[in-house]
Design a protein. Structure first.
Length: 247
């Protein structure tokens, strides 16, 4: 049965894209140790991996419980000195973080749930130094249509197509979904220059679980996802879009 895309997990394709973005930032003239802000980073699944690469990470999240779990995770990983937790909202970053100090800002699965995605991206723009990098991950609505159809919920698929925010019902945990055009326009409207758009989870959430039980099948799926991530023809089927952008 197909699974609906909720808060994104860090897929191999996404993680490789994040690493390329971090490497580009580290290679910039005058760049030293990177300061990475993980907006809405929650319990730190991505932040710990970034810190393990040698960067300093600031996780900003409104949930005190998530940040407490983050602190436990960083202690267990021996990275507590490289990861800082700050409680705050996406649209009010300046209240907890000095503007213009971040080299890279990760904004994954945030715009789908905040009150004002435009304000959140403007705050992200202000938090970055000139030339800083944005890693933006958003849920894409065409994939939601496919997931609803494959799970037999044709009424919900129709609702995604007709609803202005592309939700499958009033019980949808996401407040909105995007496509390439709308996500790019939103980033550009906040002052960013989009340099790349990649697809993630193009097949992972619709392939039957019985087809990924062997290591060989897992490797085949990984290769499929990697090739699909940059295919213009398949980009519209991706569960999430990963935008690389600069301030």
């Amino acid at each position: 049965m197909a699974k609906e895309r909720g808060r994104p997990r860090t897929s191999t394709v996404l993680w490789e894209g994040v690493q390329r973005l971090l490497a580009d930032a580290a290679a910039a003239p005058g760049a030293g140790e990177l300061t990475v802000v993980d907006l809405g980073g929650g319990t730190g699944g991505l932040a710990v991996r970034v810190a393990a690469l040698g960067h300093r990470v600031v996780v900003v999240d409104p949930s005190p419980d998530a940040l407490a779990a983050l602190e436990r995770r960083t202690v267990e990983a021996g990275l507590s000195e490289r990861v800082r937790a700050l409680q705050g909202d996406a649209t009010d970053l300046a209240a907890v973080l000095e503007p213009g100090r971040a080299d890279v800002l990760l904004c994954h699965g945030v715009l789908e749930v905040v009150d004002d995605p435009r304000a959140a991206l403007r705050a992200a723009h202000d938090a970055l130094r000139p030339g800083g990098r944005l890693s933006l991950l958003v849920a894409q609505w065409p994939a939601s249509v496919l997931a609803r159809v494959l799970s037999g919920h044709l009424d919900q698929a129709l609702h995604v197509l007709s609803d202005a925010d592309h939700r499958w019902s009033g019980h949808d945990p996401l407040r909105r979904r995007f496509d390439r055009a709308s996500a790019t326009a939103l980033a550009q409207g906040a002052g960013f220059t989009v340099t790349a758009v990649e697809g993630t989870r193009t097949f992972s959430d619709v392939v039957p679980s019985t087809r990924t039980e062997s290591d060989a099948d897992v490797e085949l799926l990984r290769r499929l996802e990697a090739l699909a991530s940059t295919s213009p023809e398949l980009l519209g089927l991706a569960g999430h879009l990963h935008l690389h952008a600069t301030r």
